[in-house]
Design a protein around this ligand. Structure first.
Ligand SMILES: Nc1ncnc2c1ncn2[C@@H]1O[C@H](COP(=O)(O)OP(=O)(O)OP(=O)(O)O)[C@@H](O)[C@H]1O
Length: 234
């Protein structure tokens, strides 16, 4: 699977290249394949990304991007290949693994009877955040995505693009070292896409390793230190 340097790394960071082991990666996957009931869902993907870097998964519909994200999140066991996230095999039932990894793969669960801001604070609280910092962080996330005015809405009172922004805010409202995102650009206008790009760049600058699947050339060009193009077709 080719590894394409999509843009120069930020200073002090290394771009992953074939044959170059580099520093210990935060996320690595090698020759990962998933076969399910005679469907080859993913065919031999390889890549790695270090803390502070962003890896973009690209490829046609059905090429296996979501499947690979689900493998990295520990939601799906690979049929073949090796995967390591912060040095451990993904295991969704391992609390230390779960604490290190935040993922937006499909619509997140939200509490219907909590407002947007309360949902963010609730998620932060489940990971041990105290009330005041959780409230500040929620406000920061919502303002960063220019949806502060929606803080008091309920999840079912949002447009589809607003729901996507809230989903991103919910994902970032908890602690993580590794962030997985499936097509974060979904349903966003150009202005909001730029806000998401800025927020994700900030997360990487603060040390997160990010793996995202995307069909947005704009997002990939702006963010990716490394791009892995999946070739398999549906
Ligand atoms: N639950 C499932 N059972 C069987 N096959 C599946 C299942 N989910 C996905 N697939 C198949 O696995 C392959 C990879 O799907 P996947 O969703 O990972 O692709 P993708 O690259 O994320 O696509 P898209 O760009 O459309 O989101 C496809 O051929 C798909 O039809």
């Amino acid at each position: 699977m080719p590894l394409l340097p999509a843009r120069p790394s930020r200073p002090g960071l290394r771009t992953t290249e074939p044959g170059d082991p580099g520093p210990i990666p935060a996320v690595s996957f090698h020759d990962v394949a998933v076969l399910r009931e005679d469907v080859l869902m993913l065919d031999g993907a390889s890549g790695r990304v270090q803390s502070g870097q962003i890896l973009a998964l690209t490829g046609r519909n059905g090429s296996g991007k979501t499947t690979l994200l689900r493998v990295l999140a520990g939601l799906l066991a690979p049929t073949a290949g090796q995967v390591a996230v912060l040095g451990r095999v993904p295991d969704e039932r391992d609390r230390r693994f779960r604490r290190s990894l935040a993922a937006l793969i499909g619509p997140p669960m939200s509490a219907r009877d909590l407002t947007v801001e309360e949902n963010l604070r609730f998620i932060a609280a489940t990971w041990g955040a105290r009330a005041d910092p959780a409230q500040e962080h929620a406000a920061h996330l919502l303002e960063s995505l220019s949806i502060g005015a929606l803080a008091g809405r309920y999840p079912h009172e949002l447009s589809s693009g607003q729901s996507q922004l809230v989903a991103i805010a919910m994902t970032l409202s908890r602690p993580f070292d590794v962030l997985l995102l499936d097509e974060p650009e979904q349903r966003l206008d150009a202005e909001r896409l730029d806000l998401v790009i800025g927020l994700l760049a900030q997360q990487a600058e603060q040390g997160a390793a990010i793996v995202l699947a995307s069909h947005s050339p704009r997002l990939v060009e702006a963010l990716a230190d490394v791009a892995v193009h999946l070739e398999a077709e549906a």
